[in-house]
Design a protein around this ligand. Structure first.
Ligand code: ADP
Ligand code: MG
Length: 346
């Protein structure tokens, strides 16, 4: 199902949780809402679910106004971080619940409900545990029951709010893989909230980065990682260094040293050069390149990390170099092959 969010605003008294958000969610995609705590992710998800109404704006499901529809009629599947299962019901009872409470004319037969629930329990790899109670399951297993329960109603939209948040790192990793597989098999349009960039980069078809109630950037994981569109994005996703520079007459300067790097359309004045550790290469000639002094070298996985002191003002950048790099001191020069320049005030 296609979901269209248009100019949605949500206020709570004087505070604004969502500030004019517009977003197209494509049928069948796995979309991550990523952002720091308090950026409005849960609020947006609750509006999609029908648990909250926006103060302004429109939400349509396949072109149809969704805001008039109560939660029950929206046919969305919900999984929250600590979405409590019914403690007095078995796994089977929990998964079957959403179908059992349907109005008679839409309710499948007892036999059909049982079959569908058992198939889903199999799908989430809990076959054989259908008669257990939630207290007899691990955290990861409970979360998988919550998934199966959300899937049982054949939702038009699946909404997950930090579904792995409460689980330990190992279980989280397993469930991530598993979520992608389930999504591939079932093809539900899925929106999934996380504050964990790794999780978003690994799982999502597209990522919506939220900041302070607004959308900062939308893109595929590659676009988000390789083409961050703001200083915030550089610092929020992955690793980066920022170097104070100056734009003068269309050229970039590091103090008195001209850099052979195009400043783009940044106006004259103080600016910042952003780069990622692996987007640079060492060069022999300092002309047009960024000269630096090695201040710290350390092994990191298959390569090495180097802290470079730049221009003697205490500015430092971190870069990745091959493992066989062994200058423990002295001067080097680097040339970024991917970078962005922003006005200093941005
Ligand atoms: P996130 O899920 O990204 O951490 P939320 O959507 O929960 O962020 O919150 C966004 C902002 O809205 C926060 O500043 C939060 O304090 C505020 N907020 C959320 N729900 C309410 C509420 N029911 N009443 C008042 N303020 C709220
Ligand atoms: Mg939240």
């Amino acid at each position: 199902m296609n979901v269209k969010v248009e100019n949605v605003v949500k206020t709570y008294g004087k505070s604004i949780a969502i500030k004019d958000v517009s977003l197209d969610i494509r049928a069948g995609e796995l979309l991550a809402l990523l952002g720091p705590s308090g950026s409005g992710k849960t609020t947006l998800l609750r509006i999609l679910a029908g648990l909250d109404q926006p103060t302004y704006g429109r939400v349509t499901f396949d072109g149809e106004n969704a805001l008039g529809l109560p939660v029950q009629k929206r046919n969305v599947g919900l999984v929250f971080q600590n979405y409590a299962l019914f403690r007095h019901m078995t796994v089977l009872g929990n998964v079957a619940f959403g179908l059992k409470v349907r109005p008679r004319e839409q309710r499948p037969s007892e036999k059909e409900i049982r079959k569908r629930a058992l198939d889903l329990i199999e799908l989430v790899q809990l076959g054989g545990l259908e008669n257990r109670y939630p207290a007899q399951l691990s955290g990861g297993q409970r979360q998988r029951v919550a998934f199966a329960r959300a899937l049982a109603i054949e939702p038009r939209l699946l909404l997950l709010d930090e579904p792995f948040g409460a689980l330990d790192a190992q279980v989280r990793k397993e469930l991530r893989r598993w979520l992608v597989e389930i999504h591939r098999e079932t093809g539900h349009t899925t929106v999934f909230v996380t504050h964990d960039q790794e999780e978003a980069l690994e799982l999502a078809d597209r990522i919506v980065v939220m900041r302070d109630g607004r959308i900062e950037q939308v893109g595929t994981p590659d676009e988000i990682y390789d083409e961050p569109n703001s200083p915030f994005m550089f610092s929020f996703i992955g690793e980066s260094s920022a170097l104070p520079v100056r734009v003068d007459q269309g050229k970039l300067w590091l103090d008195q040293h001209p850099l052979d790097l195009a400043p783009g359309d940044v106006p004259n004045g103080p600016a910042r050069l952003f780069l990622r550790p692996h987007d640079v290469e060492l060069v022999n000639d300092t002309r047009g390149a960024i000269p630096g002094v090695v201040s710290f070298l350390r092994r990191q996985g298959g390569s090495r990390r180097l802290d470079l002191e730049i221009n003697g003002h205490g500015d430092r950048i971190e870069i990745e170099v091959p493992a066989n790099f062994s200058h423990l001191s002295g001067e080097v020069a680097i040339r970024p092959h991917r970078f962005r320049v922003y006005p200093a005030a941005a």
